[in-house]
Ligand binder design. Structure first.
Ligand code: AMP
Length: 584
């Protein structure tokens, strides 16, 4: 008997799971499925991405859906369109042997009319992003008065993304006696508040210490200067010729910059960020899923819901502003029992960010050295040799030419022949890395000089008391500037006020943008300010004062200079070693 069956699932569903290759339930499935099948109690589950939580909540719901009724009985809210689509798709797969179960997925950026038509046909389960779901409720096209289950998937992320009001609105129109299932990787105050306000004595379920995959993730960091951040990224890609990973950046602008540079330097890379149209995003994701891209450069939000199970690496080009986001990022590798590596490129100033992450993940970061040219060439060389060993030879097609080829090569002996053939592929690579400098270590003084020059510093009369955090502040800035690609420098959140730095070019616009602005009904004051004098006195401090200006300081503002790699980039991109060409 299948283990899924022991959890109380029917043959129709367990057969579908077998077809999907699900052999054994994951921890969260083992705990949540019998609980939801046997009790109406609300459930509060600690579950990261990749733990199998989709099946954990959807299987027991599917098992109990009344297919004879046309009412919508379950609403599943998820933070992003991609995740919603993925959940909808999963539910369809799980229910393929059940008759007459209709699942509709609703999300912004797609025709609302089509979605309304779908709802009119009767949807037993609706999966939606919060904004579009509220829109459909307001238009009276989505009726939730007969709801039996509400699922809040990735609740922390929904709140991070500013969906609190939408969640409130949805929850308010659902009946009192429904069962609420809340899944979240982290439980910050805001998530607990939702649980307190809308759930009744929830049963708590933990997906286990970590998901199966996360235990197989090793966490590594490389200490580099800002100048060497990008060249170091390239070396990491070069030393891992079979890399299939996501490079996480902090801003859309950085994402675009890094992707453009990598493409220019001949890598199979592309960018995924919110400035792309939905169609463009779909194309990029499809290419990545099909492994036509080796590196996907993405913002946290854009990469949500991208269901790729076999990433070899996650690279934090810049560490996220919020510790929780690191777990989301690293949880994307090491899935389905495979091993994965989560890498952080950090400057001296960012070292302080590692400890809180280590506490969260319960693991220690291992410091690694950016590989030197010799190590990289060796790796690439042996990759080529592997390829030669594995290549399929089509005798029939090649045989007619062999005589001529042998005749031409007859004066070259075996050893010389191998050398020459390797050199064809490698001359450019070897010369590119010849004498390559050591990229390890940070030079923070240079960084601070540049920081001061390129940014204007502002005071804002909101702080921790207003529950402001770097993410919220960035959201506020983007919202008021009505732009989302303005480079934001250091942020310091203090008790009742804060400081932030903005790309100098936008300095005038910032003051204007915040004129008459309000935050929670209070007038917002934003003024240009300068750094306090004592901060310039760096001589006594090892790493400069920026490091100590609160844990919220971060250095994501500088456009990464090409440094060494870029100077020689032309040469490199012309040569494009074969490992970087499309895998197709
Ligand atoms: P989720 O956390 O729901 O996004 O699931 C992460 C990945 O694990 C998805 O690709 C699922 O298809 C897969 N998965 C979920 N449960 C199982 C299972 N019991 N056995 C094998 N794969 C699973």
């Amino acid at each position: 008997m299948s283990l899924f069956k022991e959890l109380g699932l029917s043959q129709a569903i367990t057969n579908a799971l077998t077809d999907l290759g699900y052999e054994q339930p994951t921890t969260i499935q083992e705990k949540a499925i019998p609980q939801i099948l046997s009790s109406q109690d609300d459930v509060k589950a600690f579950a990261q991405t990749g733990t199998g939580k989709t099946a954990a909540f959807s299987l027991p719901i599917l098992e109990q859906i009344d297919s004879k009724s046309k009412n919508t009985q379950a609403i599943i809210l998820s933070p992003t369109r991609e995740l919603a689509i993925q959940i909808g798709k999963n539910i369809q797969e799980f229910s393929k042997n059940l008759s007459n179960i209709n699942v509709i997925t609703v999300y912004g950026g797609a025709s609302i009319e089509d979605q309304i038509r779908g709802l009119k046909k009767g949807a037993h389960i609706v999966v939606g992003t919060p904004g579009r779901t509220v829109d459909l409720i307001k238009r009276k096209q989505l009726k939730l008065e007969n709801i039996k289950w509400v699922v809040l998937d990735e609740a922390d992320e929904m709140l991070n993304m500013g969906f609190k009001e939408d969640l409130d609105q949805v929850l308010k129109v659902t009946p009192q006696d429904k069962q609420t299932l809340l899944f979240s990787a982290t439980f910050p105050r805001e998530v607990d508040a939702i649980a307190k306000n809308y759930m009744h004595n929830p049963v708590e379920i933990d997906a286990g210490k970590r998901n199966v995959g996360a235990d197989k993730v090793s966490h590594e960091y490389y200490l580099v200067s800002e100048r060497n951040r990008y060249p170091s990224l390239k070396r990491l890609a070069d030393v891992n010729p079979n890399i299939y990973g996501i490079v996480f950046c902090r801003t859309r602008r950085e994402t675009k910059d890094i992707a453009a540079k990598l493409i220019d330097d001949g890598y199979n890379a592309d960018a995924l960020h919110g400035d792309l149209s939905q169609a463009q995003r779909d194309i990029v994701m499809e290419k990545f899923r099909a492994k036509h891209l080796q590196l996907l450069i993405a913002t946290d939000v854009a990469a949500r819901g991208l269901d790729v199970t076999d990433l070899t690496h996650v690279i934090n080009y810049k560490l996220p502003d919020q510790t929780e986001n690191y777990t989301h990022r690293s949880g994307r590798t090491g899935r389905a029992g495979k091993e994965g590596i989560s890498i952080a490129l950090i400057s001296n100033k960012e070292k302080g960010k590692l400890r809180p992450i280590e506490r969260k993940i319960g693991k220690t970061f291992i410091q690694k050295q950016v590989p030197n040219g010799k190590e990289i060439c060796e790796k690439q060389l042996f990759k080529l040799i592997e390829k030669v060993k594995d290549v399929e030879v089509n005798d029939e097609q090649i045989n007619p030419y062999l005589e001529g080829i042998y005749a031409q090569l007859k004066d070259i002996d075996h050893d010389e022949l191998i050398k020459r053939f390797v050199s064809i592929e490698f001359n450019q690579f070897l010369s590119y890395y010849e004498g390559a400098e050591d990229l390890n270590g940070d030079d923070s003084r240079e960084r601070r000089r540049s920081s001061d020059e390129n940014f204007t510093r502002f005071y804002i009369n909101l702080g921790k008391m207003d529950r402001l955090n770097p993410a919220k502040l960035m959201g506020l800035i983007n919202e008021h500037l009505n732009k989302n690609d303005v480079e934001i420098g250091q942020i310091e959140i203090l008790k009742s006020f804060s400081f932030f730095e903005i790309d100098k070019a936008y300095a005038d616009k910032v003051v204007d943008a915040f004129r008459n602005a309000e935050f929670d009904g209070r007038a917002v004051i934003v003024e240009v300010t300068t750094k306090p004098k004592q901060r310039r006195n760096r001589s006594k401090r090892r790493f400069g004062s920026g490091e100590r200006r609160g844990g919220n300081g971060f250095s994501g503002h500088r456009k990464s200079s090409g440094g060494y790699g870029n100077k020689k980039g032309g040469k490199f991109s012309n040569s494009k070693p074969s490992s970087r060409r499309s895998r197709r």
